[in-house]
Design a protein around this ligand. Structure first.
Ligand code: MF3
Ligand code: CO
Ligand code: CO
Length: 251
């Protein structure tokens, strides 16, 4: 069942979305050579607490981190730890904040002194895939229009999309209906309606689409060890263009 949010729900979703955006923006600024992923995760805990929120991830199915931090060929769900980020890495950050019972979920991939133009191209394709998908999140359209926009953006640039993980509805729960695959034909699935809040999250690989879960039970990696990028926003379908909820507010 897809939960349609009331104006009161949406007002709260705007706050949790803004907080998630502020936290990820600050983390992205701190990503750099020599920084450990645990240091970033600890900072995330502080930033969320300072704002009166908490992690939507910690304890979710036993997940041990505050955030997910996935480097290079890691796709999603990297557990923060003592590993140090290095020059040339691409680092995917995923932040979920609960504030007054509502979740904001957002992700981005940061380049750490990347000079290879092919890697820059991969990262910018991930960002463009998310933007194209948000552009399709309009009332009267169909859910799979979002999916198709992601797949076609990725394929046109010569990349593949991860099939084993999907975007999702989001609200009082981090994962609500519907599931939003990052591939598929347009014009299928439920019709999009004002008040739907969706976490749209393309995961795009430089090589093949296959992924595998590591022995820690969480970290997802590309099977061929090719680089992978992840971008995510929580959006609200409205009467016109979608509203991006995971956007930082005025400073
Ligand atoms: N935020 C992820 C998503 O985008 C889910 C993380 S689950 C966790 O759907 F357990 F790893 F936190
Ligand atoms: Co997320
Ligand atoms: Co999500």
């Amino acid at each position: 069942m897809i939960v349609i949010k009331t104006p009161e729900d949406l007002a709260r979703m705007r706050v949790s979305g803004r907080l998630a955006a502020e936290v990820i923006e600050e983390l992205a600024r701190r990503v750099g050579p020599g920084v450990t992923t645990k240091e970033l995760d600890d900072l995330a805990r502080e930033l969320m607490a300072q704002r009166g929120g908490r992690s939507a991830f910690f304890g979710y199915r036993g997940y041990p981190g505050q955030t997910c931090i996935s480097i290079n060929d890691e796709v999603v769900h990297g557990i923060p730890g003592p590993r140090r980020i290095r020059l040339g890495d691409i680092v995917s950050l995923d932040v979920g904040v609960v504030y007054e019972g509502y979740v904001g979920d957002t992700a981005t991939t940061v380049m750490v002194g990347v000079s290879d133009p092919e890697v820059v191209q991969l990262v910018s394709t991930g960002r463009r895939a998310l933007e194209a998908a948000i552009g399709m999140a309009v009332a009267g359209g169909r859910l799979s229009d979002i999916s198709h926009a992601i797949e076609s953006t990725a394929r046109a640039a010569g990349y593949s999309v991860v099939r084993d993980f999907v975007g999702h509805g989001v609200g009082k729960a981090m994962h609500e209906d519907p599931q939003i695959p990052n591939f598929g034909p347009p014009g299928r699935g439920p019709r999009l309606k004002p008040g739907m809040t969706l976490a749209i999250e393309p995961m795009i690989n430089r090589g093949g689409h296959e992924v595998e879960v590591m022995d820690d039970g969480w970290t997802v990696r590309t099977r061929d060890r090719s680089l992978s990028v992840h971008f995510e926003h929580t959006i609200a379908v409205g009467e016109g263009a979608a509203e991006v909820l995971t956007w930082p507010g005025p400073k």
